[in-house]
Ligand binder design. Structure first.
Ligand code: ZN
Ligand code: FE
Length: 240
């Protein structure tokens, strides 16, 4: 079993530090910054061997260079964004696999937030690293793509097993939920979840990871019945 550690950085980013004990490999998902990540690995006695990027935004790649300089790790990221992530050693796209020790991750193309955004699904670990595509009760903004693309992304992600833990890159849950309850006022599962989330945030707790099952029940973007409805909801949330 891999071990996954949440490292909160900047105002609301989560960097995920992932350790595979059999191989002693340690991987970082989307290091916004280097120092807190290197410190956490050091504290645990783990040597970072890989970085996996989901997209080019600086709050996901800003730590690449310094972590690579400190550890000699290899960096994997989206083929379609290689020009924007000059630190990449290996580029991948949908259908490719990446390994941490013997643990396999399948790459899924999820363009829309950025044009080449990818997600990593680890079926045997029931885990997915989704960057800024799927959030708890939310989805990424459509900076470089369309609602049609995001709608297709939601179909790919909701097809993963319900128990899949979803590791998002930001703590946006409470703000997402405040909009979500207005989009689906009759959704009792959503209202119940929002009450839980408010209480968790009052206690200073993180609300990520989420699960595919929970998002299927409460996420107004995954639940939008058409690309047009997703577009409407995305525009409403942007203005919320
Ligand atoms: Zn982003
Ligand atoms: Fe981000």
């Amino acid at each position: 079993m891999i071990e996954i550690v949440r490292i909160p950085v900047l105002s609301d980013n989560y960097v995920w530090l992932v350790h595979e004990p059999d191989s002693a490999e340690t991987m970082v998902v989307d290091p916004a910054v280097a120092d807190p990540v290197l410190a956490e690995a050091e504290r645990r006695g783990w040597s970072i061997t890989q970085i996996w990027n989901t997209h080019w935004h600086p709050d996901h790649t800003g730590g690449n260079e310094a972590i690579k300089a400190a550890t000699g790790c290899t960096i994997t990221g989206p083929e379609a964004e290689q020009a924007r992530i000059p630190t990449l050693d290996r580029t991948v796209k949908e259908g490719d696999t990446v390994k941490l020790g013997d643990v396999v991750a399948e790459v899924i193309d999820v363009p829309a937030h950025t044009a080449g955004h990818i997600a990593y699904h680890l079926p045997d670990e029931k885990a997915a690293f989704v960057g800024d595509t799927l959030f708890a009760m939310g989805c990424g903004r459509l900076f470089e793509g369309t609602a049609e693309q995001m709608y297709a992304n939601m179909r790919k992600l909701e097809a993963l097993p319900d128990e899949t833990r979803v590791y998002c890159a930001h703590e946006y849950t409470e703000a997402n939920g405040r909009y979500a309850v207005t989009a689906e006022p009759d959704n009792q599962a959503l209202a119940d979840r929002m009450a839980d989330v408010v209480a968790m945030r009052e206690r200073g707790e993180a609300t990520v990871p989420t699960t595919i099952g929970l998002e299927r029940a409460t996420n107004p973007f995954m639940r939008a019945r058409s690309a047009a409805e997703l577009a409407e909801r995305r525009a409403a949330k942007d203005a919320f």
